[in-house]
Ligand binder design. Structure first.
Ligand code: ZN
Length: 368
């Protein structure tokens, strides 16, 4: 009888223990997924990362390791961690990892990177067995709060990023959605002048936050296949609300001035910051310019592009837009608040060049 009581006691304690564990879902263990399905999911997530690497800071500045994939028991949902890895040191970048979500639609898995439209809505559907309610709530709180506090109006005070008086072409703006269906680069601009590696001047002031300019120049139209990461400079601007980041992508190797190669160096509007080229996820020489704001609280790496207006653009309240044969901005001008009433392919800058450097004070020689 004593043994029976002891057995019952142990059983009750054990089940209470399991209940308390499963109640907070902290240590919920899912069955080990089939290796083939895991490999398939990793490959699909990798493809999506490659497609989005131009527009998401976390993907742009680092290699991404896909870890800890969990698949729901019904096989309809999956989650995984995206860990940014420093390509030079091979160790994780000290930032919060991203959470990638997947849903089976028909026979195929569809991927939502942390910056994708609809990510928050899909998060609510993810079964508790693969993402604990506690963690889900944390994500909902952080991302939901950020979306609610995001400035609904455009950021202003920008000027076209090249010298005043010069005209350059816009090849696509909202049409980035065609290649970046997440909508993360919806407010990006591609500026070019065929064959020219022209000078880029800051569209607005700030401080240098990140840069890279050691990637070999690619002169062919195949850089996208060869170079997952290109050269770039990112300028942080604390004068906007929220704090914003200007991304200038596909820069020429070695073209960023040495004096800017230190985090925190001030940059003025109109200051030379590098040359246009064709490095990274790029087809042809052009500048990809977008301004983005953080999506997850202080985690700037997983940000999204934000609507901006240029002082020197006189259509659409300062928003350059173009209609052309290969990518029509109008088709993708579908976000509430978008203005696409006028179109133009050429834009003339009024961005006066500012030369920063040591100030030389001239003391006239005084003769007695
Ligand atoms: Zn672009």
């Amino acid at each position: 009888m004593k043994k029976l009581f002891l057995a019952l006691f142990l059983l009750t304690s054990l089940s209470a223990c399991i209940r308390s564990r499963t109640n907070d879902f902290e240590f919920y263990v899912t069955p080990t997924p089939d290796a083939a399905i895991l490999a398939e999911i990793k490959q699909i997530v990798r493809q999506e990362i490659n497609r989005q690497s131009e527009n998401v800071l976390a993907l742009m500045v680092a290699e991404t390791s896909i870890e800890n994939i969990r698949i729901s028991q019904d096989g309809q949902y999956a989650v995984g961690w995206l860990i940014p890895i420093d390509p030079e040191t091979n160790i994780p970048v000290p930032i919060e990892p991203g959470l990638v979500l997947l849903q089976k639609i028909g026979d195929d898995w569809k991927v939502w990177l942390p910056t994708a439209d609809g990510w928050l809505e899909l998060l609510a559907q993810i079964p508790n067995e693969i993402l604990s309610p506690k963690h889900k709530k944390e994500w909902q709180k952080r991302v939901g709060a950020q979306i609610a506090s995001a400035s609904p109006s455009a950021l202003s005070g920008y000027k076209l990023p090249w010298e005043a008086g010069i005209t350059r072409r816009l090849t696509q703006s909202t049409c980035h959605d065609q290649y970046t269906p997440s909508g993360n680069a919806h407010y990006a601009f591609d500026f070019s002048t065929y064959g020219e590696l022209w000078n880029i001047h800051a569209a607005r002031g700030g401080v240098v936050w990140l840069y890279k300019d050691d990637i070999t120049t690619c002169y062919e139209y195949t850089c996208s296949d060869k170079q997952p990461l290109g050269n770039y400079i990112v300028i942080k601007d604390t004068s906007t609300d929220p704090v914003s980041y200007q991304l200038y992508l596909h820069l020429k190797q070695g073209s960023i001035p040495d004096e800017l190669k230190m985090q925190g160096t001030p940059v003025s509007q109109g200051q030379f910051i590098g040359n246009v080229d064709n490095t990274g996820q790029s087809w042809g020489h052009h500048l990809h310019f977008q301004v983005q704001v953080p999506l997850y609280g202080e985690n700037y790496y997983w940000g999204r592009s934000i609507d901006i207006v240029f002082d020197d653009v006189d259509i659409n309240g300062g928003r350059p837009r173009v209609q052309n044969a290969w990518c029509n901005d109008l088709t993708y001008c579908d976000v509430p608040g978008d203005i696409c009433s006028s179109f133009r392919s050429e834009y003339t800058s009024q961005n006066e060049v500012v030369v920063e450097g040591p100030i030389l004070i001239y003391f006239p020689f005084i003769s007695r």
